[in-house]
Write a protein that binds this ligand. Sequence first.
Ligand code: AMP
Length: 276
Amino acid sequence: METLRTIARVPITVKRRVLVPTMGALHRGHLELIRIAREAAGKEGEVAASIFVNPLQFAPGGDYEKYPRPETDDEEFCRSAGVDILFRPSLDVMYAADFSIAIEENSLSTALCGKSRPGHFRGVCTVVAKLFHVLVPDAAVFGEKDFQQLAIIRRMVRDLNFQIEIIGAPTVRESDGLACSSRNQYLSATERQQAPVLRAALAEGARVAAGGERSASAIIATARKVIDMSPLARLDYLELVNADTLQPLEIVQPNSLIALAVFFGQTRLIDNIRLS
Ligand code: AMP
């Protein structure tokens, strides 16, 4: 594995290159993305991973400073996962001091997490576009855990004509259903015990929908009751939306999704489930 810290050293390649962008503190979710990237790259292709904690996507006073950065462990993780190129630039490599351009998606970003995290997806689009320019991948893999992010990246690729295939990867979970996340390590022992409530609420919503309930408000109310049973959980949002537009629905349609964000103390966790 080659570790690169500057843009100038990124090799130009004729091989198929598949990129996995991350912020590090790698876990089994990232491992699955790397596995999917390997498969998509094929024997002759190469897998590139990036690790960059992007200040542009954090709110002022958010967890940018304290975001975990286990550099040595992450590097070893990538090596043993079969990454060929690890790009881990410093802040000044990615952003000039007088950096003044950003990419903004103006429709999907107004829904769900966009409401409680203004500017977040602007930061995400900007850094991902930069990583695409620097690493010139043929394809890139993103997790469905961050469903809105995946939808926005697909939109950016379409609207800005990036010649890059975007591959979605299913959510990887702990044995109790909690979606793996770098932020899970912020949780206290009691918060961690209660955190599977996100998945339980989604599963309950999906169960009543599968049983024939079509009303979004009834499905949401059922899921909400599950969250309310957890004393430490504070709901940010719980919505039933169209999976393409991310706009709220009143009645379940074929392409529906329940998405939620829940705070445990300062830690904000997200998850979602497709309704079939
Ligand atoms: P992050 O390092 O949290 O910015 O995530 C980097 C990529 O990993 C994003 O595409 C995430 O959607 C994806 N990811 C994070 N957690 C999971 C998970 N539990 N399952 C699948 N993909 C994930």
